[in-house]
Design a protein around this ligand. Structure first.
Ligand code: TYC
Length: 122
């Protein structure tokens, strides 16, 4: 399948396909070994959740230290949202559920969402 010098001048050379189809086999194998997607967990701002509750949630669910948790909370407060971490699908979903259940138990409207990381399919 490796091209000789003469191959370069054949019609269709370099278009990603060759006569015996082995380029296609390589493509299929790449798809089967694709890495699982990763998901960002993004914390969203609202006008009612107390700042210290958000800091506590970031420490409890995302294992942030006080300084990091405070920095993330303030970024959400000022910019509307902030990425808290990037996780596999199941871990991200569990963390989103844990945040929502703590928020609900404490009657705060705190929301966070998960978003797929783009450009991570190599
Ligand atoms: N904006 C909230 C307030 O002024 C604080 C807050 C920060 C709420 C981060 C949600 O994800 C959040 N009390």
């Amino acid at each position: 399948m490796a091209g000789s010098d003469q191959d370069r001048f054949r019609p269709g050379f370099g278009d990603g396909w060759d006569d015996d189809g082995d380029t296609q086999l390589l493509t299929e194998r790449r798809q089967k070994t694709k890495k699982p997607s990763m998901y960002r967990v993004v914390m969203l701002n609202d006008d009612y959740t107390p700042m210290d509750f958000v800091v506590w949630v970031l420490q409890k669910i995302f294992h942030k230290g006080m300084e990091d948790a405070t920095r993330i909370m303030l970024e959400v407060h000022h910019k509307g949202k902030s990425i808290v971490g990037v996780f596999t699908h199941d871990v991200a979903r569990t963390k989103v559920q844990q945040v929502h259940s703590l928020a609900e138990q404490n009657e705060h409207p705190l929301q966070c969402v998960m978003e797929v990381e783009e450009g991570d399919d190599e």
